[in-house]
Design a protein around this ligand. Structure first.
Ligand SMILES: CC(C)(COP(=O)(O)OP(=O)(O)OC[C@H]1O[C@@H](n2cnc3c(N)ncnc32)[C@H](O)[C@@H]1OP(=O)(O)O)[C@@H](O)C(=O)NCCC(=O)NCCS
Length: 409
């Protein structure tokens, strides 16, 4: 089998093969763009071909920037468009493409790869671990009075009505660059968030509100009129569905939530992509007002260079841990001493006795602070070699705020 990057001449073959792998026909172009694959970078698309030159497999990466705890921005290769023709499955095509791709990424100096998994059983074997989570929150409007914020100063904002003075409803098509700018400000401070390259917005490639699908957008502005948040939504049969609520701080999120919950002729609001532990539920008069569903993994992380990855993120507790790390897919086994002092980490090879033994995928899961190491110890994934090691790891790996990603790719 040959694995090679696509060229400008055979990007259409790549796109055709991905669709056949998923059993879908390519979408009809929508006026104004919106084709997910138009955001692909041809030199980062791989084709797997049989000995007689027939394309049977595809995989690509987007060049994203990922926000790490401590508001550090690093490059991350976003694996996407992974597919193998139904006629060629379970013959090692994906494994060969993954080996090729991870090796190439490393050779180019990339140290992190991320993905969204169509099935959670596929990517653990390649060293990816689930690192951020998402859920849907459905709120019947009559039960949802936002009660708490006022007492805590989130809302120096008044109880009702005038919050809405800072919210303007635009059609998606009227938003110009507002969404791109607000999203960019938001994602720089949000661990786990990915950049949305300008090309995505320009080509309108992706899911709403990037795509040209009709949407209303509630745009929130600060005291001097600068947009600092938005909620992109549609209403159907009494249900208002918010694709994404982007807010540069919690008070802005509260104002946007109050706005959509107060919409006329709506019996319930569905907030897509609410991260675990989001404060919104604590702001309802009735804690049970919001029903959480669709709880699932979202961003998966794969470390390709452990010392680089660990020293890149921000740290918030001092401490020392010896990590014994197995990477069965790449056939590597290393032991590192992680030392955190004054918010900076040092990570060097060691032959000291380990505190924790873990697979590279488990390290991906705890890396952004969205999965507690002790949970993986209790689940039997990570082995703790001494009492207190898991508790120390929990404290060390915790992020400044819960990681969250809502970008689809
Ligand atoms: C998922 C997919 C790419 C796998 O390709 P493939 O070439 O069959 O994978 P491989 O033969 O390299 O399989 C490697 C291993 O992964 C396992 N595996 C592959 N797909 C799996 C799946 N969907 N669920 C569970 N295990 C899977 C194989 O059983 C094999 O295990 P083994 O090493 O223990 O024998 C292919 O089935 C496909 O195109 N599916 C539809 C599109 C899709 O879901 N793409 C993923 C988008 S995120």
């Amino acid at each position: 089998m040959e694995i090679r990057p696509t060229t400008d001449k055979d990007l259409d073959v790549f796109v055709d093969t991905v669709h056949a792998a998923f059993g879908r026909f390519p979408e009809t172009p929508i006026e104004g763009g919106g084709l997910w694959w138009s955001a692909l970078e041809p030199d980062r698309c791989l084709l797997a071909l049989t000995a007689d030159g027939r394309p049977v497999g595809t995989a690509a990466t987007h060049s994203f920037e990922l926000t790490l705890p401590g508001e550090t921005l690093v490059p991350a290769a976003g694996l996407t468009a992974v597919g193998v023709l139904p006629s060629h499955r379970r013959q090692g095509v994906l494994s060969a493409m993954m080996r090729h791709q991870l090796t190439e990424l490393r050779a180019c100096g990339e140290f992190l790869s991320v993905l969204l998994a169509s099935e959670a059983t596929i990517y653990g074997r390649f060293g990816y671990g689930p690192a951020t989570y998402t859920a849907r929150l459905t709120v019947p409007c009559h039960e949802a009075a936002l009660a708490v914020p006022r007492a805590r100063g989130v809302a120096d904002a008044p109880a009702t009505g005038s919050d809405n003075d800072s919210v303007e409803v635009l059609r998606r098509a009227e938003c110009g660059e507002i969404l791109e700018e607000v999203y960019d400000r938001y994602r720089r401070a949000q661990p786990g968030a990915l950049s949305r390259p300008h090309r995505w917005w320009a080509l309108r490639a992706g899911q709403p509100p990037i795509s040209p699908a009709p949407r209303y957008v509630a745009v929130h502005r600060d005291a001097v009129g600068v947009p600092d948040g938005y909620a992109s939504y549609s209403v159907e049969s009494g249900t208002l569905t918010v694709d994404e609520t982007i807010a540069t701080d919690d008070a802005v999120f509260t104002a946007l939530a109050r706005f959509v919950l107060g919409h006329d002729l709506v019996s319930q609001v569905v907030f897509q992509h609410v991260p675990p532990e989001h404060p919104l539920r604590w702001q309802f008069a009735d804690f049970r007002a919001g029903e959480v569903s669709g709880d699932m993994d979202w961003l998966w992380v794969r470390l390709l260079d452990v010392p680089r990855a660990l020293t890149a993120r921000g740290w918030f507790t001092d401490g020392e841990l010896v990590l014994d790390i197995d990477d069965p897919f790449l056939g590597e086994h290393d032991r590192y001493l992680l030392t955190v002092r004054d918010s900076k980490a040092d990570c060097v090879p060691t032959d000291r006795e380990p505190d924790l033994s873990l697979d590279i995928g488990d390290l991906g899961s705890i890396y952004l602070g969205g999965t507690a190491p002790s949970t993986l110890v209790r689940a039997g994934h990570i082995r703790a070699h001494r009492p207190g090691a898991a508790t120390l790891a929990d404290a060390l790996f915790r992020a400044d705020r819960s990681p969250h990603c809502l970008h689809w790719f």
